[in-house]
Design a protein around this ligand. Structure first.
Ligand SMILES: [Fe+2]
Length: 158
């Protein structure tokens, strides 16, 4: 097997990939919850929330592929099973019985979790000069901050 020559040492690549895997697992959990709440949200604001959540789960879905493929470009294997993701994330399953404001509050909190994980991955990448991963995590931070703002505003908050 030929050595992977990207200017990063094997340990540096593995360290960044480990942090990216956590960001991937958190993103996957939030994707599942957002898609489920798109189905199960109820109330007078149904249509707008149903559509907002669709926009958000589609955005996260596309990002899952970007993050996983960045892990592969670093020469590591991407986690791919529900159990592997469950082991890597602290985000709990959604509850379809919740009312709409409880769903939104939970999603806002979970976006905060993903933001913290993405920031840790960004810092790990920055430490070893992995600019491509820094770039990807920067985009993810902005996307989750934007999503959280839209959810807060839907609750009448700033
Ligand atoms: Fe749908």
């Amino acid at each position: 097997m030929k050595a992977i020559d990207t200017g990063l040492k094997p340990k540096e690549r593995a360290d960044v990939a480990r942090e990216l895997s956590k960001a991937l697992a958190d993103s996957y959990a939030l994707y599942l919850k957002t898609h489920g709440y798109h189905w199960n949200v109820r109330g007078p604001e149904f249509f707008s929330l149903h559509n907002l959540l669709e926009q958000q789960y589609r955005e996260i879905w596309a990002a899952l592929d970007e993050i996983a493929e960045r892990i592969r470009a670093l020469g590591e294997l991407a986690p791919q099973s529900a159990s592997a993701f469950a082991n890597l994330t602290s985000i709990k399953d959604g509850d379809p019985e919740k009312d709409s404001s409880e769903m939104l509050k939970e999603l806002i909190k979970d976006h905060g979790v993903v933001i913290a994980t993405a920031r840790a991955a960004l810092d790990a990448a920055d430490e070893v000069g992995d600019e491509a991963s820094v770039d990807l995590m920067t985009v993810r931070l902005a996307a989750h901050e934007k999503a959280a703002w839209m959810l807060r505003s839907s609750l009448g908050e700033r």
